[in-house]
Design a protein around this ligand. Structure first.
Ligand code: CU
Length: 579
């Protein structure tokens, strides 16, 4: 059973157990003896079964089980200790078991809430608040059911609840000493990159564009979605003048996967101010990194990119030979882009398809009608790619794969999620059952470029109630905190840094570090055995643990975030800072 299935199963059992105890208590109060005993017996089994699921989760990694062991464990023990004997003894008046069964229900529910609302890491504050809630709710039930607790019991309950509540609230409200995120603007360092050899102006504005045969409202660069394709040859100096005509919430340009100097990175509030209507900002950088990239706004990025403020950036080592096309996939107003395009290609022609996922979720690509190789991922060539046949690839949000093949005399078709987007002739092939390539096992290995590690960081991805600011929100969290309260990661220039990224949530988080490419070391403890994989976007699926490394060689302040941009807006952003 996968860790993700275990997380889900444990959650389901916890919900059923809590419901069973509470239902049993209610049935006992109503003197429905058989129902009460049946529900409580089921709840008891569920509570005991969690000892197994939680133990297995803890063995997969403490991150997956911390609060379940430290908070749910003691509360479940208390539930079983209080309610268990009532079940075994089978009281003459079932109503006398109502309060103990309700107590067990409150204990299981409180533990469940700690997992769902607080998550990782376990904290004493959350545990004490849970205890206060359980004791308080039990005392209220006791009174309502007129079970007349003795004065001593009542006073003790009130004292325990009050003490737990006050201490717990105090602990939860006290910030964990997180340094405020330094949203200072980086200074333009004005480094000389030379005279521009390619000049482009991108004007952002509201527009009506055609998507899958219908006119839709969009935000566009130069009136088109995607924006103009920017292409350069290694050695070019690009100068891109960004103008904002009427995007009220501001725009910037982030060069996704392109490791530009920090002041060109386009993150509002971190490397520059958002460009407001009537304003402009000029980006200039040297194109010394060949490969497939894209650009997009980083201002209110979730809505901005979704509405269409993105485009392709391709840097070639030399002028293209053969057929070299880009396929940026996007969902605009619920309609898939690009439209299908068919162009005959002469047999023997080398073809490179540059696949780009500009959405916030994973897409599945399948190339039918030919053997092919994955020549590059996220702009970096793979070492020793081997021919693939009838194999699909999954590209994470923000990610790019370059597929290459020599055109056969027969039609070839590229499908995205089963829809043909590019073809050299009429075909229809069912690709849904094809196996999916694991890039960690593809191509030829090479020794790691470093033998030491200077800094290690762990990022545990989860959800939690975020009480910072005026509005409480159900945030996407890193190590229990949400932007802007996640402590920055401090590194020194030259450091070799590792990230251990743990997903204990139930959704995929496509991880994206700005300004650097990371080398994948392992996934779920199993080392990567294929070509060195230098990624800027990778899916950390539920229950997965990725270890990646990079050299801190691009000073500045860099966003480090989930590229499901809705998750990023909901808190899943932190920063890498050079000391
Ligand atoms: Cu995410």
């Amino acid at each position: 059973m996968s860790v993700a299935s275990l997380i889900a199963a444990d959650l389901l059992i916890a919900v059923l157990a809590a419901a069973g105890w509470l239902g049993g208590g209610a049935a006992a109060a109503a003197r429905r003896r058989r129902l009460a005993l049946g529900l409580a017996a089921g709840a008891l089994l569920g509570t005991l079964a969690r000892a197994v699921t939680v133990t297995v989760l803890a063995r997969a990694g403490w991150w997956f089980a911390a609060e379940k062991v430290l908070v749910a464990g003691p509360l479940s023990l208390a539930a079983v200790a209080v309610a268990g004997p009532r079940l075994v003894r089978r009281p003459g008046d079932i109503r006398s078991a109502a309060v103990p069964l309700l107590f067990a229900g409150y204990a299981e529910s409180a533990a469940l809430l700690v997992t769902v609302l607080h998550g990782y890491p376990a904290s004493a504050g959350a545990g004490l608040l849970a205890v206060a809630a359980v004791v308080g709710a039990t005392a209220v039930s006791w009174r309502l059911l007129d079970a007349r607790p003795s004065p001593t019991v009542s006073r003790t309950a009130v004292a325990v609840a009050a003490a737990a509540l006050v201490t717990g609230a105090g602990l939860v409200a006290t910030p964990a000493g997180a340094p405020a995120v330094p949203h200072a603007l980086a200074a333009q360092d004005g480094r000389a990159v030379g005279e521009p050899t390619r000049r482009v102006t991108l004007t952002a504005g509201t527009a009506t564009v055609r998507a899958a045969g219908r006119d839709v409202a969009a935000w566009a660069f130069n009136g088109q979605v995607p924006g103009p394709e920017l292409s350069a040859t290694v050695g070019d100096v690009l100068e891109v003048r960004l103008r904002n005509r009427d995007i009220a919430r501001g725009v910037t340009l982030h060069w996704h996967g392109y490791d530009v100097p920090n002041d060109q990175d386009g993150v509002p509030g971190v490397t520059q101010a958002a460009v407001l209507p009537g304003q402009e900002f000029v980006y200039r950088f040297r194109a010394d990194q060949a490969g497939t990239y894209w650009y997009h706004t980083h201002s209110v990025s979730d809505v901005g990119v979704r509405m269409g403020l993105y485009g392709v950036l391709v840097v070639r080592p030399a002028p293209a030979v053969g057929v070299d096309v880009t396929v940026p996939v996007h969902t605009l107003a619920g309609r898939p882009l690009p439209e299908a395009r068919t162009e005959p290609v002469a047999a023997g022609t080398p073809v490179r398809l540059r696949l780009i996922n500009t959405d916030s979720t994973t897409h599945r690509y399948a190339l039918a009608g030919t053997a092919f190789q994955v020549a590059a991922i996220d702009g970096t060539d793979l070492r020793g790619p081997t021919p693939l046949v009838e194999t699909a690839v999954l590209i994470p949000a923000g990610g790019r794969y370059d597929l290459v093949f020599t055109a056969p005399g027969t039609p070839v078709a590229l499908q995205v999620d089963g829809r043909v987007v590019y073809a050299t002739g009429p075909t229809s092939v069912a690709t849904g059952g094809w196996p999916v390539l694991d890039p960690l096992r593809y191509g030829a290995a090479a020794p790691a470029p470093w033998s030491r590690v200077d800094r290690k960081f762990t990022l545990v991805l989860d959800r939690g109630l975020d009480l910072h600011g005026l509005l409480p929100r159900y945030a996407h969290t890193v190590n229990g905190a949400a932007d802007p309260d996640i402590p920055p990661q401090l590194v020194r220039s030259g450091d070799v840094v590792t990230f251990t990224i743990v997903n204990r949530s139930l959704v995929v988080h496509p991880w994206h570090l700005h300004g650097h490419h990371v080398l994948v070391l392992s996934r779920d403890g199993r080392p990567a055995t294929g070509s060195p994989l230098w990624l800027d976007s990778f899916d950390v699926r539920p229950g997965e643990v990725w270890r990646v490394a990079f050299r801190a060689d691009n000073p500045g302040m860099w966003a480090n975030h989930c590229h499901n941009l809705a998750h990023a807006e909901a808190g899943m952003v932190l920063h890498l800072m050079y000391q």
